[in-house]
Design a protein around this ligand. Structure first.
Ligand code: WTA
Length: 634
């Protein structure tokens, strides 16, 4: 059933494009570009021509086995080669590729040539560890240059990477590592967070005990204080040691366009996370094209996406997109408000960031501190701002626009998903903007809003967001779970269309307004957290018999968790137990699972077949009508 979308945002403001930007924009005419995008094969093959292929494709799109679409059939390419090696013979050779900055004010710069050599050394080292094309390498690393180098090294030799977000904890880590059957884990001694060092190695050590496939653990000595060589076990080696003496030349593996590139786990409606699998050629073309057009990337730009590489935003728009365009990507390790809430703006001023991409939750968090901080710094280098991860409320949009962009820089509200790999619904710099709307589907993307029966819903009415035609960066399957891939995304609505899992509406200008998820996935501070993952974590605690979890609105995080628990006999809810439960869930899932409230209940609303009806809990919580209760047990 659809969530009630009658409370639609009544946002009427329209912001015209900034003409200075439009003048040298890659795309000067929105309508014309949308028109071009209608010829899918022509549009995407033109974009693909801009890369260096070892062998050109025979066919742009193979639709013979829907929904197992293939892009750039029989094309041979290497993504790392296109992101790094390609620039070495150009005047970008000595340009900074990665600008790493952390909350302590330390910086590290790697030019394209330096990055090239580091990637090659690591690629050779991985080969020496026995990693071959098709093997999986996992990382559990902070935002640091070694993370980008390691992923590019995998890509160079055709290994599949599987990044575990460093904010996830033991339980989540073990599940992801074992599902991907990683052979090598690359981790670090720690990460900086608000003046402290979080001991990643300790979490990894604990998790590894339950990960039988791991043969080697590579440890980046990142914070430089936690571990001695003598602390390392037989199968552990420091990153520096590992690459010592390795050649800085490494031939790129010739990959088929459809060879796997990476697995990235994300939350769905059941307890088990989904291993979203992306492949090489289409992903490369989609990510680079969208970044180039939406953020109008040019020579001389300094690109900063604050998203963590543990999530899709970081994969597509911290590493691959910017390097494929030969721009400079700023990699920041730290929080937005430490040592003070001006840190991000200080970095923008210091380095002259031109394009800045972040999440609504961060904006709302910084808004709390007022205009003071963005006004202290000179932000005039900024040309385009971006937003991703959840709907941006008009109030946050306006604050961002006025205080950060000084009413000159457009805000690109980009809707997309781990599964889509690239921006799908987003404006271009030439587009008139409406605060809170991601505007229209990008050129080459066919999105629509339908009801349960597959009919297009009338304008202004809420419905399921779907994508009707394939796009190059689309995920190809869920790792070793084809059935779930088909059931969740392609079969649950009529018409063989891609079901995004979001509810949206369309206005009279064809602008789309995303309302939120239609499934049991929460968005906590922009991070995807599955309600059943949290429920499983609760039930693993000795005091809990049954658990149901819903999202509760939160002014900063968007949503936080509200849990309803049935306790086992002999247990009573009290402050000590609540604290213990919170600690337990944090241990299982990590700080992403932000607990708002925990309530003890005697019963949970269930269907006759025993499924928890979270919808009823949500409605009760928000004081809404309970809706259809015919399947309710009691
Ligand atoms: C939500 C993040 C509104 C949406 C790139 C989607 C958004 C989910 C937006 C995917 C946006 C992402 N406006 N909602 N601009 N961007 N979402 O996989 O619910 O972490 O389905 O990918 O985030 O989250 P994921």
């Amino acid at each position: 059933m659809l969530r009630d979308t009658s409370v639609l945002m009544d946002e009427k403001r329209v912001f015209k494009p900034n003409y200075q930007l439009v003048e040298d924009a890659h795309v000067k005419n929105w309508e014309a570009e949308l028109e071009k995008g209608k010829d899918l094969e022509k549009y995407w093959s033109e974009k693909a021509e801009q890369f260096e292929w070892f062998e050109k494709w025979d066919k742009v799109l193979d639709e013979s086995n829907k929904p197992f679409y293939k892009w750039f059939v029989n094309g041979k390419i290497n993504l790392a080669y296109n992101a790094v090696d390609r620039w070495i013979s150009t005047d970008k050779r000595n340009q900074v590729a990665i600008l790493y900055v952390n909350e302590r004010g330390e910086e590290k710069k790697l030019t394209y040539y330096e990055l090239y050599r580091e990637v090659n050394k690591m690629a050779n080292a991985l080969k020496n560890l026995g990693i071959k094309k098709g093997d999986t390498v996992s990382t559990y690393l902070p935002m640091c240059p070694e993370l980008l180098i390691s992923l590019l090294a995998c890509t160079k030799i055709g290994a599949i990477h599987s990044v575990v977000y460093s904010g996830l904890s033991v339980g989540a880590f073990v599940e992801r590592m074992n599902d991907a059957r990683a052979k090598v884990l690359i981790t670090a001694d720690g990460t900086y967070r608000r003046g402290k060092i979080i001991d990643l190695k300790k979490i990894a050590d604990e998790a590894i005990l339950q990960c039988p496939t791991i043969e080697t653990i590579v440890v980046v000595n990142h914070t430089g204080q936690a571990i001695e060589i003598s602390d390392l076990s037989g199968r552990e080696i420091f990153y520096e040691r590992l690459i010592e003496g390795e050649s800085d030349e490494c031939a790129p593996e010739k990959m088929d366009a459809e060879d796997p590139l990476f697995i990235l786990y994300t939350s769905g409606s059941t307890g088990k996370p989904k291993g979203v699998l992306h492949t090489t050629g289409g992903y490369m073309v989609g990510v680079a094209t969208t970044l180039r057009n939406v953020f109008d990337v040019h020579n001389g730009d300094l690109w900063w996406c604050t998203g963590d590489i543990g999530w899709i935003t970081g994969h597509s728009y911290v590493i691959y997109g910017p390097l494929l365009l030969g721009t400079t990507t700023l990699v920041y390790e730290g929080a937005p408000d430490y040592p003070d809430p001006g840190i991000w703006w200080r970095i923008v001023e210091k380095y002259g960031v031109t394009k800045f991409y972040t999440a609504p939750t961060a904006i709302r968090h910084l808004m709390r501190f007022g205009n003071k901080y963005p006004n202290i710094y000179n932000l005039s280098s900024l040309k385009i701002l971006g937003s991703v991860g959840e709907p941006i409320n008009p109030e946050a949009w306006m604050w961002y626009y006025k205080n950060v962009g000084k009413e000159k820089t457009p805000i690109m509200d980009t809707w997309w998903q781990t599964e889509t790999g690239m921006h799908m619904i987003a404006p271009l710099p030439v587009a008139p903007l409406k605060p809170g709307s991601a505007t229209r589907p990008l050129p080459g993307i066919d999105a629509e809003i339908i009801d349960e029966n597959g009919n297009q819903v009338p304008l202004g009415k809420g419905g399921y967001l779907i994508i009707k035609k394939p796009w190059p960066a689309m995920f190809r399957t869920l790792y070793e779970d084809e059935e779930r891939f088909l059931d969740v995304y392609w079969k649950s609505l009529p018409g063989g269309v891609y079901r995004a899992g979001d509810v949206a509406r369309k206005d009279e200008d064809g602008y789309l307004w995303i309302q939120g998820r239609s499934d049991d996935v929460l968005k906590i501070a922009g991070h995807r957290v599955g309600t059943s993952e949290v429920e499983s974590a609760f039930v693993a605690h000795s005091a809990v018999a049954e658990a149901a979890v819903i999202g509760k609105s939160d002014p900063i995080k968007g949503q936080v968790i509200k849990a309803f628990l049935i306790l086992k006999e002999g247990y009573k809810m009290n402050t000590a137990l609540i604290e213990d439960l919170k600690k337990h869930v944090r241990y299982e899932l990590g700080p992403v699972a932000v607990l708002g409230e925990i309530e003890q209940v005697e019963k949970l609303p269930k269907t006759r077949s025993g499924k928890i009806m979270r919808r009823i809990l949500r409605a009760q919580e928000e004081g809404d009508d309970l809706g259809d209760t015919s399947t309710l047990e009691e």
